[in-house]
Design a protein around this ligand. Structure first.
Ligand code: FAD
Length: 232
């Protein structure tokens, strides 16, 4: 499929800071980042690591005046991007291209179901950042362990379920089980992202068993067990 080429930006690592046991915040700076043009939640960039492949990462924060972005990277250890991140140091160079990604349309929903694993937690948090006070959000966030729950800030009415795997559940299982068991009022919208098979199962359930309209269910596989560079 033809893809419009996106502006690229030369960047370097400004700082790194662990957020949880599995998420590392990397602040990237570059002279052209003031023009990155982030317009709505969940937008992402392709991060090209030196002499390596490109992978998708959510822009968690963009500070145009400072020419900086924050990306929050899961240190899962199995792929080139995760390995690069785990040893990234200030001054290391990379390139980003973008931004990409559509606006998640949740306008008019009385209730928003938000479900994410660690890879999609940064994107889910960009949604929470911008929600109005009028929506009730029910959020399920699958994390590695208890201590990985992050402080959440939103104007919306929020009920959060943190789902720590605690080393005893395969990634995606807790999220799937929780969403399949929850009530889904007819005026709900849903945004779900994370491991692709889990996301697909939840999406089918919401469309088929819960009869949510297609345009109310935003679901995207951010990665897939056993597959490098999954294109969701
Ligand atoms: C729109 C979008 C936004 C995204 N935003 C973020 C983000 O903000 N932060 C983030 O960390 N990821 C994010 N991702 C997911 C990220 O692009 C993938 O996890 C990517 O595969 C990582 O590349 P890699 O080189 O580390 O591993 P790859 O080379 O792609 O994969 C190597 C192996 O690692 C496994 N793997 C990949 N990702 C994970 C994971 N998260 N946990 C466990 N195993 C994994 C694969 O199954 C494969 O077996 C996003 C994806 C999309 C599509």
């Amino acid at each position: 499929m033809f893809r419009r080429s996106r502006p690229t930006h030369d960047v370097e690592v400004i700082a790194t800071a662990p957020l949880t046991s599995t998420l590392l915040r990397i602040t990237l700076g570059g002279p052209t980042l003031s023009r990155l043009g982030i317009e709505h939640p969940t937008q992402w960039v392709k991060l090209a690591i030196p002499e390596g492949p490109s992978r998708a990462y959510t822009v968690r924060h963009h500070r145009p005046a400072a020419c900086e972005v924050d990306i929050d990277v899961v240190l899962h250890g199995n792929g080139p991007a995760a390995r690069w991140a785990s040893v990234a140091r200030p001054g290391d160079r990379a390139r980003i291209a973008g931004p990409r990604g559509r606006r998640p349309d949740v306008d008019g929903a009385g209730r928003l179901l938000l479900a994410a694993d660690e890879s999609a937690l940064p994107a889910a948090l960009t949604i929470l950042d911008q929600l109005p006070t009028t929506v009730s959000v029910f959020a399920w966030f699958e994390i590695a362990e208890d201590g990985d729950a992050l402080p959440l800030a939103t104007r919306a009415e929020l009920t959060t379920h943190w789902l720590p795997r605690g080393g005893s559940h395969p990634k995606g299982r807790l999220l799937t089980d929780a969403l399949l068991a929850t009530d889904v009022p007819a005026d709900s919208a849903a945004w779900i992202a994370g491991e692709a098979t889990a996301v697909g199962t939840v999406r089918r359930h919401l469309l088929t068993d819960r009869a949510l309209p297609r345009d109310r269910v935003h679901a995207k596989g951010y990665w897939k067990h056993g597959e490098a560079d999954h294109q969701g």
